[in-house]
Design a protein around this ligand. Structure first.
Ligand code: SF4
Ligand code: FES
Length: 248
């Protein structure tokens, strides 16, 4: 396949940035999208040019770092996958492909396609944990009975990989789907009850301080989430937040 790539290049967070055209040739349909970028970067390096900076780690849909906006969609044209799981057979010979970073005030561009998502880390640090006594007499988690329905919902919420596609897809750059997944994974379990009140209040406070927008229930986040995190989690977080606000 021969393709034209239109890639966002930006030297650093202060640079204005622009789209630059790159032709790539002899791309196999069996390559992953990131392998195709590797081919381009190898060519750029051999020509003595600066390779395109993009984030990646696991390359198997687990780490959530491969944050690419491809042809106007977070993680590209397929659903329920990350950019690293996207294959070039999803495109046609002769296609033009636009590749941009996530666009959100709370995710400033560091370089080219790499954004700073430490705002997510700070939200997690604000309350995304449980306190467990590890003094040697800790109760085995499997010994605590949990309703199957709640266990399944908690597990589904815990599959959020913190990629930020929900924020990038939202017209308000809201982080509600991410935060609600992190709140729900504990709110549904007995182990998560000890810090439940502080957790939801602190995580929502941090989310607001980071500059994410408000949720207006458009649902783009759920559609573009590679892990299928449900909007049901946002409703649960809102209930948790209301109850916690009354408790103080
Ligand atoms: S909710 Fe989905 S889109 Fe948002 S960070 Fe988690 S996995 Fe990514
Ligand atoms: S590189 Fe880890 S999810 Fe894509």
């Amino acid at each position: 396949m021969n393709l034209t790539l239109k890639i966002w290049r930006q030297k650093n967070s202060n640079d204005k940035g622009s789209i630059v055209d790159y032709p790539v040739t002899d791309i196999s349909p069996d390559m992953s999208f990131l392998e195709m970028l590797d081919v381009l970067n190898q060519e750029l390096i051999e020509k003595g040019e600066e390779p395109v900076a993009f984030d990646h780690d696991c390359r198997e849909g687990i780490c959530g770092t491969c944050s690419l906006y491809i042809n106007g969609r977070a993680h590209g044209p397929s659903t329920r996958i990350t950019a690293c799981q996207l294959h070039m057979r999803s495109f046609k010979d002769g296609d033009t492909i636009y590749i941009e970073p996530w666009r959100a005030k709370a995710f400033p561009v560091i370089k080219d396609l790499i954004v700073d998502r430490t705002s997510f880390d700070r939200i997690q640090q604000a309350g995304g944990f449980i306190s467990v006594n590890t003094s040697g007499n800790t109760q085995d988690a499997n010994a605590i009975p949990i309703e199957k329905e709640n266990a399944d919902k908690a597990f589904d919420a815990a599959t959020c990989i913190g990629c930020g596609a929900c924020v990038a897809s939202c017209k308000n750059s809201s982080a509600m789907l991410f935060v609600s997944a992190k709140v729900s994974q504990f709110a549904l379990l007995p182990q998560g009850q000890v810090e439940a009140t502080d957790r939801v209040l602190n995580m929502v406070k941090q989310m607001d301080e980071e500059g994410f927008g408000n949720c207006t229930n458009t649902g783009a986040c759920e559609v573009e989430c590679p892990k299928g995190i449900s909007l049901e989690n946002i409703a649960r977080m809102n209930r948790e937040y209301l109850a916690a606000s009354f408790k103080g």
